[in-house]
Structures are given as C-alpha cells and as structure tokens.
Write a protein that binds this ligand. Structure first.
Ligand code: ZN
Length: 473
C-alpha cells in the first residue's frame, strides 16, 4: 500500500487533491485551508466546543500580541519558547517602545487578566477556551498540518482553589479530549511525559500521541497541571472562605486542530483518497445518476426525488448531475474527497424504485428500496464509523513492539514502529535511548498501570517505568 510505503507523497497528494490545504502560500510554514478542509475543521471544533460548553468552559478571545514583559515573567516558560517566537518590533518606520510577540500559546496573554478578574473563591473555578491560531518559528523542517509556523488549535485555561481541584480538572480535560478523539475514530496512547520533556512552566504534562503510517508520533493534544507556577509570577490570588489569601492552581490544555485533521487523514484514508467519519464529512452522501440517452430524463427526475428524500432527513447530501464527467470519473472524484456513502441511481433503480448504496470504506454495493434508503444510509454511517475506529486500533496495536535490548530497540524504530521499553528514569539513559535508536521517550501510560518486567534497557539497573519510544513530528 502506498500509504505505508511512501507516506509523505501520499499525504501531500490527498491534501492537494481533496482540497484540504494548499501549501504554496509564499511564506514557509504558512498555508491556506481550502473549503473542504475548512468545513471539516469547523465540524471538529463544533464537537469539541459543545463538549467544553457542557462542562462549564466559557468562550473568550484574547489578543494575538503579548507584551514582552508579560511573556518574560515565568522563567521556565520563556526558556521553553523564546527561541521560536515571532516578534513585532516596528509600526511603520518607527520602532516600538515595547516589543510585542505573536502568541506561541496564550498563558502570558491570559493570566495578567485572570489576576484582575479573580478576587474571591466565588470567582473559581474559572474555565476559559478559545479556538485560534498560534505562531511558532519551528526550526525543524515544516510539514503541512503536522508542523507549521502558524497552526490552528483550541486552548483552554482554568484556575482553581487548590491542587485537588486542579487534579480533577486534568481528569476532566483528558475525558473531553478522549471523547472527541474517539468520536473521530482515532487511536493514540495517553502518556505522561517524562519530566525533562514537560510543557515549559508545568508541574507535569500529559499528551495524546496518535500513530502515523511512517511510525512517527503525531501529538494531537496535551493537558498540563501548572500548579501555582504561573499564579505566583502573575499574582493570581483569591480570598478563601476563611479569609486567607491564596494562589490559584491552574491547568491548561491544547487541542491541535491541524494535527487532528492530519491524524484523520493519516489513520483513516486509503489509496483512493480521503475517508471521513460521517459526522465531520462536509457532504455525507453523494448521489450519482447513471444516465443513458434514451432514459436520461426519467433517471434525472428520479435522482432528484431520491435527493429530496435524503435531504429532508437532515443528511448532508449532494446530487452530482453535472455532465462534464462520466459516472466512473465521478466515483473516483468523490472517493478522493472521502464522502462516506455513495448512492447510484440508474435506469433499473428508477424502474424498480430502488437505489444502489456503496460505503467508502469497503466500496461494497447493496441495493435497497427507496423507502428504506435513509435507514440504510444511517446504518452505513454507523458501520463506517465503527470500521474506521476498529481498523485504526488494530494498527496501533501492531505498531507497538517490545524492545528488550538496544539492538532490537534500534530495529523497531528503524522499522517505523513504536518501541515499548523499561527505563530507570535517569536522564543519561534517556539520552542513550535517543542516541542508539533516533527515537525519543514519549512517556508512560496513565490509563493503565504497567509494571516493568525487565531491568532498564540501557543501564541494566532496576526499571521504574514502562515507556514508549518513537520518532515524532
Ligand atoms: Zn537506566
């Protein structure tokens, strides 16, 4: 399969042909999201934002620019991000008195405002989200959707009375992301990052690492417990019930919209093109009339009737009755766009008041009566959704391989897989793991407890954690 042999080329072809993104914009790392891609993104964000609203998050929109002094307040944070920040230094010819930066993430834009808003325990918890673009001058090679200098995400930021409540919030955030990613049929590992690789300024970080056909991890979401680290430097305090003044405890989490789109393409699609879960497909059903000269009129009238029957039920349906393509060309065209269900309407279907329905995953045809069409289509939606999730899960399982020594570790990473290794938690051994394999420690699972069954793969001392090692975007 081309997808697994030449992922990069396969992926770029889908981006371009399915009109998701045009990477020819004349600034490196910036790209244009085209109509099909934008519609998919809109639907993904709808699922996420609905869930955020249901759990008490409120939408806000913070400015794109951050003043230098606010950004510089948290020392770990600035150390983590300063190398990749875009600066705004001039207005026309005049140099700005105070340099501004484009948000690489919004902690330092939001938290000075949190300090103004939060006064008492009654103001807590505060749970804010926004869906925006962020800017990071990536120095590694940029890749469309995976690693861009402008990328779309949704970020949420919360403030709480104490550590326990922040811990509960971390759990809720993980559940929200897990819910949305599962709805999209994605498979991933939920990993706690090793301390040396946590978010700059966090107490700890958890990441959703999705598999990719080239063996590289695609991090689609992260959740951080910030403790009081930012509250201390931004002076975000509140008066508790007993009258004492305390720092808030904070969490933040980011949902990488561009990367989620990349994961949907990478995990679900095939050599015919895109395959979309029905819930986010801009068009869920494509109707293609099979027209022959003598009966063209009857078939076209019947196709319109079928269209109305399906549209009435709230299904996003499109009738492709253009005459610039043959039916066969239309099949290929809409397969590339990943429309989950195709309905063919030919002279025989018309005569018998039937339709021929084909799903995008297996391309299996079946004939049903027009009265049963909507039910059959909805059943196929469920089937496509289940099948995408099932296939993706199997591949993730196949990609994970135990490594008991450095040569097998090296082989696994070179073979574009994810290695499962036992590790003593020392930085020296983590560095060695990278040296011998080219992969990095992504972290240990938090959804299941895994007890090391072997000593550390590098030093042979007692291992403390079972960790996953892979190359990453
Ligand atoms: Zn070790």
């Amino acid at each position: 399969m081309k997808k697994f042999e030449n992922f990069s080329e396969w992926f770029d072809e889908i981006l371009f042909n399915a009109e998701i993104l045009d990477n020819r914009y004349p600034v490196k790392g910036f790209a244009v999201y085209k109509a099909w891609g934008s519609r998919i993104i809109k639907r993904i964000l709808e699922i996420l934002e609905r869930k955020l609203e249901e759990t008490g998050h409120v939408p806000m929109l913070f400015p794109l620019v951050i003043p230098e002094d606010a950004f510089a307040k948290e020392s770990e944070h600035i150390r983590g991000f300063s190398a990749e920040v875009f600066w705004v230094t001039h207005a026309g010819e005049r140099e700005l008195e105070k340099r501004l930066l484009l948000r690489p993430t919004s902690e330092t834009a939001m938290y000075p405002m949190f300090a103004l808003w939060i006064r008492s325990h009654a103001d807590l918890p505060l749970k804010v989200y926004q869906s925006v673009a962020v800017y990071r001058y990536e120095t590694k090679a940029t890749r469309p959707l995976f690693r861009m200098r402008e990328f779309l995400w949704n970020e949420a930021h919360t403030a709480h009375r104490n550590w326990e409540e922040a811990e509960k919030q971390v759990k809720e955030a993980i559940e929200i992301y897990d819910f949305v990613f599962k709805r999209l049929g994605l498979s991933y590992l939920i990993l706690r990052r090793p301390d040396f690789d946590k978010f700059a300024g966090a107490v700890y970080s958890i990441a959703f690492d999705a598999w990719n056909p080239d063996g590289r991890i695609n991090q689609i979401g992260t959740v951080h417990n910030l403790g009081e680290n930012f509250a201390k430097v931004f002076d975000i305090t509140y008066e508790d019930i007993d009258g004492t003044h305390r720092n808030v405890t904070q969490t933040c989490y980011g949902f990488g919209v561009s990367r989620v789109v990349a994961a949907i393409i990478a995990q679900h699609s095939d050599d015919h093109g895109l395959i979309l879960p029905p819930e986010i497909a801009p068009i869920q059903v494509i109707i293609i009339p099979i027209v022959y000269k003598e009966v063209a009129q009857e078939v076209n009238i019947y196709a319109k009737e079928v269209y109305e029957v399906i549209r009435r039920e709230g299904i996003r349906v499109h009738l492709d009755d253009s005459d610039d393509k043959t039916p066969g060309e239309k099949f290929y065209y809409w397969e590339m766009f990943g429309v989950p269900v195709r309905v063919e309407v030919g002279p025989r279907d018309q005569k018998e008041r039937k339709v021929t329905i084909t799903d995008r995953v297996h391309l299996r045809r079946r004939v049903v009566n027009i009265e049963d069409a909507v039910k059959a289509i909805r059943d196929l939606f469920d089937e496509v959704e289940r099948e995408l999730a099932r296939r993706s899960k199997i591949i993730l399982k196949e990609l994970i391989t135990d490594a008991s020594d450095t040569s097998s570790l090296n082989e696994i990473i070179k073979g574009r897989k994810i290695a499962r290794v036992c590790w003593c938690e020392s930085i020296e051994c983590a560095e060695k793991i990278r040296e011998v394999s080219g992969g990095e420690i992504r972290g240990y699972r938090i959804d299941v407890e895994e007890v090391p069954e072997r000593p550390c793969i590098i030093c042979g001392q007692a291992a403390k954690k079972v960790v996953y090692v892979a190359r990453a975007y």
